[in-house]
Design a protein around this ligand. Structure first.
Ligand code: GLA
Length: 416
């Protein structure tokens, strides 16, 4: 027992020393001006998994432009796992030649020609989560290959790697340094899902965003929270308290947007996740914007229905996410099935999201003055703008009286 305690103390001390070293290391702490607002884009995983191909990526890029997604700010097209074709005779990582017959460079050129950016995926072990070639031991050559191809974003997973925090920090730092050494601006997305508290060290190893939870499932709430079950509300609960770690250049990542999947995608539908209603997707999107979360959609943007478009293209809600002050919102009040989330915005504005987690519609009356006071704003003449109705609905000198549907939100911006 004593021996176990001493070993644990020694490990904690090593972590503390490593963190101290990292936070003082100038080599890793260069300003690169990347991800000054949370990254926005599309990722292939939940919708396509192993079926992702060059043709689909091109069609998605076209659809991102035609649907108005690009104009709304969605920029990165990220190819997730199962693109790899192993290594060539010089040990260079290569794409699956059947799925990507023209190679990734040609695809990057195409994506760039549309004014978009290309992301790719690897893992800090020999094999990825799906069992494909990964980058451990090949960080430098792989980073160089990605840079030569014109890659702008790397999602770096942690399957098949040792579970301790020190190894994770070392492995992510090796790739973070390798990416920097290429000289190409590449957003580095750390994906170890939260067990090793990446919010404490991810920025210092070059990360611009770091997953805080297990993979999101396409369901409002799950009874338990584990690697196979993480509903949208379960993930939301895990974000409370992490707000101090987010800032321009480094973001907490509560995983991708389930909006528009309707229980039809692959991994996200596991564990009995049968999808959400449009009301729930609207709440999910609003809350992710309150959290200054990366906005990475998963759905097939070639076929978006009207409600999905209305959610994903709501520019007033996106502006809350992308606000240049870069503050993550936090839970201001928790009445069990009714929550108030608030987010400080630039110019003295404040975003407020009222969430009804109950099974019934709720009528609420919220005094907005204490919320403003929380941010040292004592001027009572703020305008209340409803970000889903796109209307000014009153002033902050009167309580906000409103009905909220079950699992719904009312999201307002208090405008100075
Ligand atoms: C992990 C990640 C997912 C996805 C898959 C790919 O589960 O968390 O987002 O990238 O691996 O295999």
């Amino acid at each position: 027992m004593q021996k176990h305690k001493t070993t644990k103390m020694k490990a904690n001390l090593s972590i503390a020393i490593l963190l101290l070293f990292l936070s003082h290391s100038e080599i890793v702490r260069t300003q690169d001006n990347l991800a000054l607002t949370p990254p926005m884009g599309w990722n292939s995983w939940n919708q396509f998994e192993g079926d992702i191909t060059e043709d689909i990526v091109k069609q998605i890029a076209d659809a991102m432009v035609e649907s108005g997604m690009k104009e709304a700010g969605y920029e990165y097209i990220i190819i997730d796992d199962i693109w790899q074709g192993g290594r060539d005779n010089r040990n260079h990582i290569i794409p699956d030649p059947e799925k990507f017959p023209n190679g990734i460079k040609a695809l990057a050129d195409y994506v760039h020609s549309k004014g978009l950016k290309l992301g790719i995926y690897s893992d800090a072990a020999e094999w990825t989560c799906a069992g494909y070639t990964a980058s451990y031991g090949f960080e430098k050559p792989d980073a160089e290959t990605f840079a030569e191809w014109g890659i702008d974003y790397l999602k770096y997973d942690y399957c098949n790697a040792p579970g301790d925090m020190i190894t994770a920090i070392e492995r992510y730092k090796t790739m973070g340094d390798a990416l920097k050494e290429t000289g190409r601006p590449i957003v580095f997305a750390i994906c170890e899902w939260g067990p090793r508290k990446p919010w404490l060290w991810a920025k210092e190893v070059g990360g611009h965003l770091w997953r805080t939870t297990w993979d999101s499932r396409d369901v409002w709430e799950t009874e338990k929270y584990d690697s196979g079950h993480a509903g949208i509300m379960n993930i939301l609960d895990k974000q409370d308290g992490l707000e101090c770690y987010a800032a321009p250049g480094g973001w907490n990542d509560p995983d991708m947007l389930m909006v528009g999947l309707y229980g039809k995608a692959k991994s996200s539908s596991e564990g009995g996740s049968t999808g959400c209603s449009d009301t729930e997707y609207k709440s999910h999107f609003s809350l992710w914007c309150m959290l200054a979360a990366p906005l990475i959609v998963n759905l097939d943007v070639r076929y978006m229905n009207k409600p999905t478009k209305e959610i994903l293209l709501n520019k007033e809600v996106i502006a809350v996410d992308q606000d240049k002050l870069g503050k993550q919102g936090f839970k201001f009040r928790d009445d069990g099935d009714f929550e108030i989330w608030v987010k400080e915005l630039s110019g003295g504005d404040v975003a407020v999201c009222l969430l009804n987690r109950s099974e019934k519609e709720k009528e609420v009356s919220v005094d907005l003055k204490p919320i403003l006071a929380r941010f040292n704003h004592f001027d009572e003449k703020y305008t209340v703008r409803d970000l889903w109705k796109h209307k000014n609905t009153g002033k902050t000198n009167k309580p906000l009286k409103t009905n909220i549907e079950s699992h719904g939100v009312v999201m307002v911006r208090l405008v100075k």
